[in-house]
Design a binder for this molecule. Structure first.
Ligand code: SIN
Length: 485
């Protein structure tokens, strides 16, 4: 891999501060989705290695949970600095293993690093409470303590940022972590483990186990010493992990699928709305869980919006993410290609028009054309399922009431977007959208300073912001009696 510091490219797991192979020596191949070339291998670990990592995390917890907040804050600050010092190398690793354009990968590293900075600060603000006593000789206190060993399962679409968003708050409050990165993108996680050691995070506090998702996930979710599971990925897998975690009554946080509506009212600034929709749809080739999946445009401006949006979408430059001009990289897998094609085919068969794209790209492999569909209706598959690809369906609507009903008519509730210049409508619609996050006159909502997460079948819990530590803490009430002389 063409990176300046070759130490960042690790093809082993990181358990208890050591770089290790799978017990049986088996490995999995990792390929670049832009050209299907092999980048390297990683250990194909399973239950044994997961158990070793949990044991290491449990031992490390005994010490780490007792360290003072300033010490925890200081190592996270170091990690923030190191991530930025190695930003370009880390970004290249993301682009090699996940395919996104290098400029987006650079942005992802800055985003990932921001969680270490933010939670290095929050480490010092884990406050308790003193509550008025209910009897004269009593005082009521609340303290917050780290929950224990955390099992962390992360996706391929943001291999660095999603890991950072989970481990930063965990480590900040005194938890220890066993992380299992997505099988497609392990190198961002092992690079982070390498930097965590340089940052001064002690052995056993952060462990990375690559390999068999089912075996590792099953150990994590059923082991009694793992007190919390945090997962970002599909709703189907999230439900499975939730069930598996039930017997040991673990605290679980889930950041799952979305099916984001993007509503453009006739009083919106049209040019801003077009640009917002482009970024919300095509970022990471449409492979983010907050991607605009259903673009609703009020009928009076439907043709104008569709024309402008299609023109810009058709100009997006598709190619290898390492090429400077690339704006849209490959999809992650053949399955992703099939899903994008199936959504286009179904829409076409039910009467939609392909305004641009609609096919695998002439570059071949895992490249798909930026696609716009018009004349789309609610019976089409694309109206009901997350595409996770660069296909933008544009629906028409007449009234605020109608579009709210249609936007909310889904089991998902992660992100929603709308554009308007009407103040009353801004507030009304924000309140009535059944989603955990709303972008109002913007297509970008992600920041470490705000609570990221969904409602309904899109998840449980929030990541980032001052609320991001809550999932890694237990609250303890102390009733202090015998105050009276
Ligand atoms: C995701 O797709 O899971 C996260 C996207 C983001 O944080 O912007």
């Amino acid at each position: 891999m063409d990176i300046k510091n070759s130490e960042l490219f690790k093809n082993q797991c990181y358990i208890n501060g050591s770089w290790v192979n799978a017990d049986d020596g088996s490995t999995s191949n990792i390929v670049n989705p832009a050209n299907s070339k092999q980048l390297g291998t990683v250990p194909n670990c399973g239950s044994n290695e997961a158990l070793k990592a949990i044991k290491a995390a449990k031992e490390a917890y005994k010490v780490w949970s007792k360290t003072d907040a300033k010490q925890r804050s200081s190592v996270l600050k170091n990690l923030h600095r190191l991530m930025l010092e190695h930003q370009e190398d880390l970004a290249r690793i993301i682009t090699h293993e996940g395919g996104k354009p290098l400029s987006e990968s650079m942005g992802e590293i800055a985003y990932a690093a921001s969680f270490f900075e933010w939670f290095s600060e929050e480490a010092k603000r884990v406050y308790g409470d003193v509550i008025p006593g209910h009897q004269q000789d009593r005082r009521t206190l609340v303290i917050k303590q780290p929950i224990g060993v955390v099992g962390c399962i992360t996706p391929w679409n943001f291999p660095s940022a999603m890991l950072a968003r989970k481990i930063a708050p965990a480590i900040a409050v005194g938890c220890t972590v066993v992380a299992k990165p997505a099988p497609e993108t392990p190198y961002s996680a092992t690079a982070m483990a390498y930097l965590s050691e340089l940052a001064g995070i002690p052995k056993g506090v952060f462990n990375v186990v690559t390999g068999d998702a089912e075996k590792i996930g099953s150990v994590m979710t059923t082991h009694k010493e793992v007190k919390k599971i945090t997962f970002t990925g599909s709703t189907a897998v999230g439900k499975q992990l939730l069930k598996q975690s039930a017997d040991t009554v673990k605290k679980v946080s889930l950041e799952l699928g979305g099916h984001a509506p993007f509503i453009v009212f006739e009083d919106a600034n049209l040019e801003d709305a077009v640009d917002g929709a482009l970024i919300a749809k095509y970022r990471n080739s449409g492979q983010t869980c907050v991607c605009a999946n259903r673009i609703y445009v009020q009928s009076s401006i439907y043709d104008d919006f569709s024309k402008r949006f299609t023109e810009k979408a058709s100009q997006l430059v598709v190619g290898d993410g390492l090429a400077e001009s690339t704006q849209q990289g490959p999809l992650i897998s053949e399955d992703a290609m099939k899903k994008a094609s199936a959504h286009v085919e179904d829409a076409k068969n039910k009467g939609a028009t392909i305004a641009t794209g609609g096919n695998p790209h002439s570059l071949g492999g895992l490249f798909f054309e930026p696609t716009v569909l018009t004349g789309v209706s609610d019976e089409m598959l694309i109206a009901q399922e997350e595409t996770f690809g660069p296909v933008a369906p544009i629906f028409s609507f007449d009234s605020e009431k109608e579009v709210l009903e249609r936007a909310n008519n889904t089991p998902y509730g992660l992100a929603a977007y709308f554009y308007t210049s009407d103040l009353g409508k801004s507030w009304r619609v924000s309140e009535q959208l059944d989603y955990g996050m709303v972008g109002l006159n913007t297509g970008i909502i992600s920041t470490e300073m705000a609570p990221f997460g969904g409602i309904k079948e899109s998840g449980i819990g929030r990541e980032g912001s001052k609320y991001g530590v809550d999932d890694y803490l237990e609250m303890k009430y102390i009733s202090l009696a015998g105050i009276e002389e």
